[in-house]
Design a protein around this ligand. Structure first.
Ligand SMILES: [Zn+2]
Length: 399
């Protein structure tokens, strides 16, 4: 069966790695700047001029260069209203392309220039995501980011904030920012606090730095997922450990090409990881700065790596399985998504008059996904009961 863009748009998806400050609408930035009397660099008059000034979707010499666009977006993200709007609109954009679960990350420390306090910032984002859920049913949670190029003490404050808001809209902690010269082990106090309080942890690693940063993230900091992990393939032993322990990678294809973490789509390690059995998820990283969507990311993967329906199903379900939702809820949601995906495939088979699966190996792979006790098996009566209020118990609504 031909995998069309429309199919990729319609299939249920997750986005586990998306930065709030890198995912605004250009029109919103211009409007916020006008409302707040903020003069943007280059004084852009419309979305097109803004995209040129901020080098949206452009190729960068390094991750550090790529991060410069955030200096602009952060200029207008210093009020409660702006944070609420950015979170709500991000939820809206995601829901409109059938993202069903999203984990939005940002560092509250970067939103305090006009005196906002940490709790006010987290509440404003939570409110935006809650409203997106009320309107579109999008489940979501926040990930609080420690920042690499700012002194480690600040990241400890952010870890404390994360603990305070655990189960109140916040689902995890991350360490983001320029990887080079800022190894995760320097932030040990923050990670100790996170671990001692049983908080979910993901760390940007193996993007702008070698596999040793992934090793540290897992073994020194105790990370449960890896942001990017592009350079994991350079260390075969660690690759096997990540595979054996089912540690998910948050792969962001277009962003990796843009920051030169990978030279090209052709040389990106994703197809190798998939064939090796690594648990990979696809993510946007930054909808605005990278100029991408989840549908785009899947389209690139299908086009460059010739993914079949079985590969797609696995990738989609890996997103739900790797989320920081509580396990009991996650199994119910994943099972439901698997059924929805299968129904969509049947619909397209009829519409296109083509069989989705022609290769018996793919059929076998899907059959094994269906029968394994990993959240994709058919729903039991007990799960059906739990499912009734499934869309009313998201992490953000518990706040
Ligand atoms: Zn990122």
């Amino acid at each position: 069966m031909e995998i069309t863009r429309e199919f990729l748009h319609r299939m249920p998806k997750t986005d586990l790695h998306v930065h709030l400050d890198g995912s605004l609408r250009p029109e919103t930035i211009l409007e916020l700047a006008q409302q707040q009397g903020v003069e943007l660099p280059g004084n852009p008059k419309n979305a097109k001029e803004f995209r040129d000034v901020a080098k949206i979707g452009a190729y960068h010499e390094s991750l550090a260069d790529y991060l410069k666009a955030f200096d602009i977006t952060l200029m207008v993200l210093q009020t409660e209203e702006a944070l609420y709007r950015a979170a709500f609109e991000l939820g809206e954009d995601a829901a409109r392309e059938n993202v069903r679960y999203m984990e939005v990350r940002y560092s509250p420390l970067l939103h305090t220039r006009n005196g906002l306090s940490f709790p006010v910032i987290v509440e404003a984002v939570a409110e935006g995501l809650r409203d997106a859920k009320r309107r579109y049913g999008l489940m979501s949670g926040q990930i609080i980011c420690g920042i690499r190029h700012i002194e480690p003490k600040a990241s400890l404050r952010l870890a404390e904030l994360c603990v305070a808001f655990k189960n109140k809209g916040v689902v995890g902690f991350d360490l983001a920012g320029a990887e080079y010269d800022n190894p995760p082990k320097d932030y040990q106090a923050a990670f100790d606090l996170i671990r001692n309080n049983n908080v979910n942890l993901t760390i940007h690693a193996g993007e702008a730095y070698g596999p040793e940063s992934i090793h540290q993230a897992i073994h020194v900091c105790g990370s449960h997922r890896i942001g990017h992990g592009t350079r994991l393939r350079e260390d075969g032993d660690l690759l096997n450990f990540v595979n054996d322990h089912r540690i998910p990678l948050e792969v962001c294809l277009k962003s990796n090409i843009q920051t030169q973490a990978a030279e090209s789509y052709e040389s990106h390690p994703l197809p190798f990881y998939l064939s090796y059995g690594i648990r990979c998820t696809l993510n946007t990283d930054n909808r605005l700065v990278t100029d991408t969507t989840m549908t785009d990311e899947f389209e690139h993967a299908v086009r460059y790596y010739k993914l079949n329906i079985g590969d797609l199903r696995k990738l989609v379900l890996a997103g739900f399985k790797s989320s920081f939702m509580p396990y009991r809820k996650k199994t119910t949601v994943t099972a439901k998504i698997a059924r929805e995906f299968d129904e969509l495939v049947r619909e397209y088979e009829k519409k296109l008059g083509q069989k989705a699966i022609t290769d018996p190996r793919v059929a076998q792979e899907i059959a094994s996904q269906l029968s394994s006790a990993d959240g994709t098996r058919p729903l039991t009566d007990a799960q059906v009961l739990l499912e009734r209020d499934e869309f009313d118990t998201s992490a953000t609504e518990e706040a």
